[in-house]
Design a protein around this ligand. Structure first.
Ligand code: PLP
Length: 346
């Protein structure tokens, strides 16, 4: 049975060119700054993002953790959306490991923060309050269905942060999807934030790794924090080599994933029993609900899986399907009748 795995873009396998590059990678001890492949990847990432420097880390979670711990001292406050990946899915690391106080405000359905909520959340000078230090944005926004923040939205948040002397960090796990969807250079998005974490291991299909980009002094300090949390990786150029291919060869093809997500959502919109919002699908994520109060999500999920279509469960009443490298247009066409059968059977 052909398996069509739409659970996540993290299931992507490295391309043949990546495997070849990994085999041939020049290596050294990166903790000594001597891995040529990592040095190349970091220089390339900084250049693409229009920032001074970059740091290779093992994961998006580590990228956000190290970035926030670099911006904030213990007891400082970071403001982020209540649907932020960092708030929901990163094991509370910034407070557990960094003593950073997380202040959430509601995410709007488009992934944005309401600017009045943001102003209200920023603390004034008062002995009772933690010190507001940082605002975090997420673009594209995972729990908001892959929603894209525009360059104007990013700059509006930047203006509020600037007015209060706060830094801005972007969880840009899928920032290249945002750039492709907006038709802008990724540096135009990064221009409005101090630091960005972006993932190589999602739609860009590298096996492992994320980068943090920002000013040289920030990255120097982040390198120290990365060591502190055990992220110094020695001959990790075998991984960086795949990352270089990801950045050079895999960005433009994200448009195919977006087209496949559109085909999927438009197909699902025609199948009775599913509720989807085609107008909200901007990138490679499709949120799917069942149409009916007694709908049995477990049964539909199991019926899909029994026919080889895997999707993930975002909450009690929401599935998520993700298109990615390795999923072709034909797979979407093969999956749609399975969706139709699964909802009828359940
Ligand atoms: C928006 C966002 N940020 C961060 C991460 C964390 O990345 P990782 O799984 O590499 O730790 C993810 C993972 O799905 C994500 O979707």
């Amino acid at each position: 049975m052909r398996v069509i795995d739409l659970r996540s873009d993290t299931v992507t396998l490295p391309s043949p060119e990546m495997r070849e590059a990994m085999y041939r990678a020049e290596l050294g001890d990166d903790v000594f700054g001597e891995d040529p492949s990592i040095n190349r990847l970091e220089a390339l990432a900084a250049h693409k993002m229009g920032k001074e420097a970059a740091l290779f880390v093992v994961s998006g979670t580590m990228g956000n953790l190290v970035s926030i711990l670099t911006h904030c001292q213990r007891g400082d406050e970071v403001i982020m959306g209540d649907q932020a990946h960092t708030f929901v899915y990163e094991a509370g690391g910034v407070s557990a490991l960094g003593g950073v106080h997380v202040h959430t405000i509601p995410n709007q359905p488009d992934g944005m923060l309401d600017l009045v909520d943001l102003e209200d959340a920023i603390r004034g000078e008062n002995i009772h309050f933690p010190k507001s230090r940082l605002v975090c944005l997420e673009n594209t926004h995972n729990r908001c269905g892959g929603a894209v923040l525009t360059v104007e939205q990013m700059s509006a948040v930047r203006r509020v942060a600037d007015a209060h002397g706060l830094a801005v960090h972007l969880d840009g796990a899928r920032v290249f999807n945002a750039a492709v969807a907006l038709g802008v250079d990724v540096s135009a998005i990064a221009a409005h934030v101090d630091s960005v974490q972006f993932c190589l291991s999602k739609g860009l299909a590298a096996p492992v790794g994320s980068l943090i980009v920002g000013p040289a002094a920030f990255i120097k300090e982040a390198r120290h924090i990365r060591k502190m949390v055990g992220g110094g990786m020695r001959q990790a150029g075998v991984l960086a080599a795949a990352g270089i291919v990801a950045l050079e060869k895999m960005v433009d093809r994200l448009a195919e994933d977006h087209a496949n997500a559109r085909r999927l959502v438009e197909g699902l919109a025609d199948i009775p029993g599913y509720r989807v919002s085609p107008s909200r699908v901007q990138t490679n994520l499709v949120m799917i609900e069942l149409d009916g109060v007694d709908a049995d999500y477990d049964a539909v999920g199991a019926a899909l899986a029994a026919e080889g279509v895997k999707i993930s469960r975002m909450s009690a009443r929401r599935f998520r399907a993700v298109t990615h490298y390795g999923i072709e247009r034909d797979d979407i066409d093969a999956a749609l009748p399975v969706f139709a059968r699964a909802v009828r059977a359940a």
